[in-house]
Design a protein around this ligand. Sequence first.
Ligand code: NAD
Length: 356
Amino acid sequence: MKIAVLPGDGIGQEIIQQALRVLGAVRGDGLDVEIEQAAIGGAGYDEQGDPLPVSTLSLAKAADAVLLGAVGGPQYDELPRAMRPEQGLLRIRKELGLFANLRPALVYKELAEASSLKPELVENLDLMILRELTGDIYFGQPRGQRQTDSGQREGFDTMKYSESEIRRIAHVGFTIAGKRNRKLCSVDKANVLDTSILWREVVTDVGKEYPDIELSHMYVDNAAMQLVRAPKQFDVVLTGNMFGDILSDEASMLTGSIGMLPSASLDAQNKGLYEPVHGSAPDIAGKDLANPLATILSVAMMLRYTFGIEAAAQRIEKAVGSVLQQGLRTPDIYQEGTTKVGTVQMGDAVVAALGE
Ligand code: NAD
């Protein structure tokens, strides 16, 4: 098995280093991997004049999984759009055909106070938003601006999903629910949108192949409300690109700690790109202040969803729980009464907890 490791910019190097130590420590658990690193984002631009160098893309294509740090930094803000670090990220997702975006919102008991919701609403929350990533109104044609007969400008976009696109993401949703608590809630706007009516029909149809998964449907406006009213009612939330964009950000904020959130984007063969949800945090880069746990938890997702080594994934997640229980906190999640540690110390603690 091959993993392409792309640290990127800012805190990328620091957090990836800790994630690789953790990966090294679980190597005995049926994991035999070859790791190769390459530049992406601003680092790609500095090295080869391109935020997604050809050599990086070929490495990523040849690998079974990609582990990415983060990209971006103020020194690249004035570059032409095509050379900006973020373009590297958008291009690699597209080139790899990653259509399924998995964003868990996980609240460790010890961090429940960090949420803007009451601790009892989010304590031990564990939900997964599954967002379709390559279709919907963000890509539908025609789109643009035009002049109307009355002489004013109008803007327009096209919301569109084909049956096969819906079927493909629905299968991912049911499969993930099968690895969790067997509940799938499909979110749409079928009371208003034709695209959503088809979405609901197809998801219901695919559901017949998964009789052991409890399928429900919810309108997106209600889902937005339920996520802040009683988020623990959800296990897996399946939705389209635009609704998922909004709901996944809402769900991640339930946790209150951006340094803790992993993510995965998968293709049809479960090849995946794994990365923390946060950015390159240039304000704290190089100071040993970054929280490496989101990246370490992204490694756990990689072991679960691409390599199918559930035991090793759980070992990592348990180790993260254990360091939090010991009271160790990077500055972003620090509270009075806990022990402040740096990026490297946090990595040390997770590696040590893996041996427990
Ligand atoms: P950011 O996520 O980098 O930072 C937001 C805030 O959260 C900052 O105060 C930062 O210090 C803190 N933070 C983020 N990750 C942290 C961690 N692991 N540990 C501790 N604190 C952490 O978002 P931003 O400041 O809006 O963007 C900075 C750069 O990152 C920009 O160039 C942006 O384009 C880029 N960005 C990249 C990605 C990505 O690579 N996936 C995502 C978002 C933003």
